[in-house]
Design a protein around this ligand. Structure first.
Ligand code: PDD
Length: 282
């Protein structure tokens, strides 16, 4: 069934949506995006996603095409028009242009497109089984804190992982895990300490990551923000990834080695249910 999508103020059937071939998002991956999950028809953590969008835009000197309030109103309208109960709203802002040119003027206009996607998030069967990951070198650029459209390397990494029989790739730099192809990476040590890499330009500042840290603190769980090695993952008690579309998703194998007994860990399961309960109560 055809979806209604949003293109610069208009709500149109997906087959009729049009963007210029000179759009710099298309030619240079010159743009930023956000993914906000939808549960029971409600946007989860949308204010934080909008704030990160604004930050990403500032970092690449791109203007907001309309106010953040208007973006939120359009997201809600798309959820309504598509009768979306569970899934995600995707929105991206790109820089427009009339010709292909590496140079862009300060006052270049930007374009906003949005669409919804139905997804089974809260009862995702992968959460019962856990993911297996393989490690790959992190060959992305050095400003991963900006949520840009440059997703070729993460796509290649994920595809290679799938082709090798795994579910996803964990990216490694200087011997330490940075993050997953499209999620933040976490381990839980034998003493129960929850470890995830600290914020820097090297990783995306995950909105779900932030919520999990707040919830863990609320439940008196110990959190350490620091880099960890692949060896540490292999000897961890549990591991998981976080993102807007996976929430807390167990990881049970890395490079063919089972983590603990190779089943989703108890604390990971608890964090997932705490996160979901909190999100559904918003
Ligand atoms: N990806 N790290 C990377 C590289 C990501 O692409 C994502 C999200 C995250 C988690 O961020 P958040 O918790 O704010 O979703 C971390 C989204 C879901 C995507 O590209 O589809």
């Amino acid at each position: 069934m055809s979806r209604t999508v949003y293109v610069n103020g208009d709500y149109v059937p997906e087959e009729e949506a049009k963007i210029s071939v000179f759009d710099r998002g298309f030619l240079f991956a010159d743009g930023v995006y956000e993914v906000c999950s939808v549960l029971d028809g409600k946007l989860i953590d949308n204010a934080a996603h909008l704030a990160r969008l604004q930050r990403s835009l500032n970092e690449i000197s791109m203007a907001l095409p309309c106010s953040l309030e208007e973006i939120e109103a359009a997201e809600l309208e798309l959820v309504r028009l598509n009768d979306l109960s569970e899934g995600m709203v995707y929105f991206q802002v790109t820089r427009t242009s009339k010709d292909r040119d590496f140079y862009f003027p300060k006052d270049a206009k930007s374009s906003l497109v949005m669409f919804t996607q139905v997804m089974n998030l809260s009862k995702n069967p992968a959460a019962e089984k856990g993911l297996s990951v393989i490690t790959m070198p992190d060959l992305r650029w050095e400003r991963r804190d900006i949520k840009t459209l440059q997703l070729l390397y993460p796509s290649l990494a994920k595809t290679e992982a799938k082709n090798k029989g795994a579910d996803d790739a964990w990216l490694v730099e200087d011997g330490f895990v940075t993050e997953g192809s499209s999620n933040n990476a976490w381990i839980i040590l034998q003493d129960g300490t929850i470890v995830t890499r600290q914020l820097s330009h090297e990783i995306l500042h995950g909105i779900t990551r932030h919520s999990i840290i707040k919830l863990a603190e609320l439940h008196q769980l110990k959190i350490e923000e620091r880099p960890f090695t692949v060896e540490e993952v292999k000897h961890a008690r549990e591991a998981f990834v976080s993102s807007a579309t996976t929430f807390v998703m167990p990881v049970v194998k890395i490079d063919g080695v089972e983590i603990a007994d190779g089943k989703p860990g108890e604390l990971t399961k608890k964090l997932r249910s705490i996160y979901l309960a909190e999100a559904k109560n918003l």
